[in-house]
Design a protein around this ligand. Structure first.
Ligand code: HEC
Length: 130
C-alpha cells in the first residue's frame, strides 16, 4: 500500500518536473513572463519612471538620451510587445535614431517588463497610437 503511494508520488513529481516547468522556463530564458501573466499599468507607471524615464522621458516624449516611446514608430503593429521584452533583456543597437545604443536593463524582470508594457500601451492609446 505504502509502496504504491510512493510510486504514485514519484510519478507525479516526475511528470510535473518534466512537462510544466519546461515551457515556463523557456519563456523566462527569453525574458518573457509566465504565459498567464497580466501586466498592471499602475505598477508599470512606477517601474517606468524608475527604469526608463531617464532616457525615454517621464511623459514618454523622449530626452537627450533616448527616443519618445509615445511615438507612431513604437505602435503595437510596428513594435510588438516582444520588441519591448527583447529591448529590456538584450538592449537595442541604435538603428532608428541617433541617440546611441540602449543598454540591457537587467534590473528589470520579465514581470516588471509586462507591467511597463501595459503602462506604455495605455499611454500610447490615449495619444491615438494603436
Ligand atoms: C540609457 C538610456 C535608456 C534607458 C534607461 C532605456 N532605454 Fe530604451 N532605448 C534607448 C535608445 C537610445 C533607444 C533607441 C535605439 C534606436 O533605435 O536607435 C531605445 C529604444 C527602445 C525601444 C525600441 C526597440 C526596438 O526594437 O527598436 C524600446 C521598446 C525601448 N527602448 C524600451 C525601453 C524600456 C521599456 C526601458 C525601461 C525598462 C528602456 N527602454 C530604458 C535608450 C534607453
Amino acid at each position: 500500500m505504502k509502496l504504491k503511494l510512493w510510486i504514485g508520488l514519484g510519478f507525479a513529481t516526475l511528470l510535473t518536473a518534466c512537462s510544466v516547468p519546461d515551457q515556463e522556463e523557456r519563456l523566462a530564458n527569453q525574458g518573457l513572463p509566465p504565459s498567464d501573466f497580466v501586466g498592471d499599468k499602475n505598477l508599470g507607471r512606477e517601474l517606468y519612471s524608475k527604469n526608463c524615464a531617464s532616457c525615454h522621458g517621464l511623459m514618454m516624449n523622449g530626452s537627450t538620451q533616448g527616443p519618445p516611446l509615445n511615438h507612431k514608430v513604437y505602435e503595437p503593429s510596428h513594435h510588438a510587445n516582444l520588441a519591448f521584452y527583447r529591448a529590456v533583456k538584450d538592449g537595442v543597437r541604435a538603428h532608428h535614431w541617433k541617440f546611441g545604443d540602449m543598454p540591457p536593463q537587467t534590473q528589470v524582470t520579465p514581470k516588471d517588463a509586462a507591467h511597463i508594457i501595459a503602462y506604455v500601451r495605455v499611454r500610447q492609446e490615449r495619444s491615438g497610437i494603436r
